[in-house]
Ligand binder design. Sequence first.
Ligand code: 2M8
Length: 457
Amino acid sequence: MTHGVEGDLSLPLTEPARARLAAQAAWVIARNEARDGDAVFTRPAPSLYPHQWSWDAAFVAVGLSRVSPARAAAEIDALLRGQWRTGMLPHIVYASNAGGYFPDARRWACSTVCDDAPRSPATSGICQPPVHALAVERVVDAARADGLWTPERADGWAHCVYPRLLRWHRYLASYRDPEEAGLLVSYHSWETGMDNSPRWDGPFARVLPGPLPAYQRQDVDHVTDGAQRPSDLEYDRYLWLVEELKRARYDDERARAEVSFCVADVFASALFVAANEALARLAVRLGAPDAAELDEYAARFRAGVLASVDPVSGLARDVDLRAGAPTGTPTIAGFAPLICGGMDNSSRTRLVDLLLGPGWAGNPDFRRPLPPSAPPDAPGFDQRCYWRGPTWPVVTWLLASALGRHGETAAASRLRSAALGSLADGAFGEYYDPFTGEPLGSRDQSWTAAVVLDWLT
Ligand code: 2M8
């Protein structure tokens, strides 16, 4: 076992530096705040992402929970405005007063082709990993613990959002896992949150874009080094999938049958386990009768993730449902079992050792011991390009939190300490070059600020 208590686990920052960094993080989120009518939400980045994104909103709520539970709750409330009749929480809720992002709401045309989509606010037609129950539990716990809210106010808000979250989880457990395999099905890599990860190169090789309505990328106006963003070919594929989804009228059954990208995602499934456990705890607290159902979802998806583990590498593998086979490319998503738990001790130790070892976070050439989104020897690795290799503070946070939850406190503390060291420059990058530590993508990224706030408050 190489990840025991060894080395200096203390945080690398002095008290004043920590206080300053926390204040800067809060300020980043405040500056990214935007309004749309009565709704108040946080743009994931000042110019690159001007609307509200689903899992970003949850991370922002976690970060804000110790600072302002009211603002954290408003973030979740704003997102829930976009919930579809099926229960789906869309991956983007568009602000009616903001432009500058493509694809815009018109391109998705959700409420035009599908009665389940709300007319207002306009949304995208797909979803993102289900981390929201984790955020709601955190907001309620923090508000009560800090005495910022009375228990009645905290539970009152939880009562309001709980039925919406339950519908979201039921949507995922039924529409996205109709055969009860314990893995969530995605029809677009944007649903997985790791858009151009090498884990999707195989499935995307089968996506052959037909004639596309003309479009103009806007992301590369904001991140001017295009090498840090997905390629034009990747964008063609992303936009082609939107056309296919529109043609399927965003009907889940049709999408599963017709859309040319269809994968079972181990990372989102593992997050769904943790989210179901959180929602079950909330159900018990609120006296709602659904805890057993939510526990059943958690057990089903945990079994699905653990069954996907490759016995040789120890990593979980997504399934390319169009090819009918597991994907083989090693990426950070392979560590999904650490998120959902349930492994025996020796398997868990082996996986933690792998994560912290020289093939991953412990690469001796890395600036800091942080896990990359893909390891340097993976096919398709690129140290500066988006999800193809850089380290993502929000993913480090997910792993560190899960390790902490499952008793791996020394490993959790090492990751947190290394991450805070890399974030101390106050750039709040969207992602970082693992070799040089340079911030990449957007600066002042909200979810990066949110995880800093969570670690420091
Ligand atoms: C990135 O994705 C969007 C599309 O959804 C984009 O590149 O335009 C991803 O990193 C995604 O996980 C994230 O939620 C979003 C906003 O931060 O940006």
